[in-house]
Design a protein around this ligand. Sequence first.
Ligand code: PGA
Length: 252
Amino acid sequence: MPASVVAGNWKMNTTVSEAVALAAGVKDGASSAGNVELVLCPPFVSLTAVRDAVQGSAVKVGAQNMYHQDSGAFTGEVSPGMLQGLCEYVIIGHSERRQLFCETDESVNDKIKAAQAAGLKPILCVGESLEEREAGKAMDVNSGQVRAGLDGVTDASGLIVAYEPVWAIGTGQAATPGIAAEVMGGAIYEALRGIFASAADQVPLLYGGSMNAGNAGDFAAQDCIHGGLVGGAALQADQFLQVAAAVAAAKA
Ligand code: PGA
């Protein structure tokens, strides 16, 4: 079975000092998460401070994005090499980046390859819109995003895939565990099997979209769900730790 992981996607929230306080709060309560790997993904400007704040604990750090080139005339962008030493993980292809910042399956694929080449662990985000779900395309959209995002990728080690239905993000309307399991254990897992064969069985699959302390245990009770990618509920240390504790209890 893959490792259990609960990652906090702080999005464009927290100043540096707020980020340090939040990270310290998570570090202080981290033992309540049992064997669940905790990953904090603050804004770029807080990566160094958050890395320092969690030092000496098992809490890991991730970035929310990166560019695929090593260096050069790419104003405003951050390279994989710049993240080395600051974080272990990097979120790639979040739906907000796809929708608001024009990311495509091709650019996501470039970033996944560049992250792996730099020794970073990518958290590949996929998920269908409400329109796509209502048109009966949810399974095809998710398997297509997994296959395109991982085109040419041969190594599954370190890879995490997060299923985040766009209609469930930040809406308070989480998917049901049944819907999530249908997509994750079906379309997403099958696509990973097609790419990585039995190595797919070690890829943690995270649910994301209005996950909170009240519903995390029900998601994690599904065999094909190994944790969560948490937005709103990750901005308070106690709530984030409760999500992780619920996942730990469901997987015990
Ligand atoms: P949410 O965000 O938990 O606030 O819905 C999840 C995400 O976008 O990663």
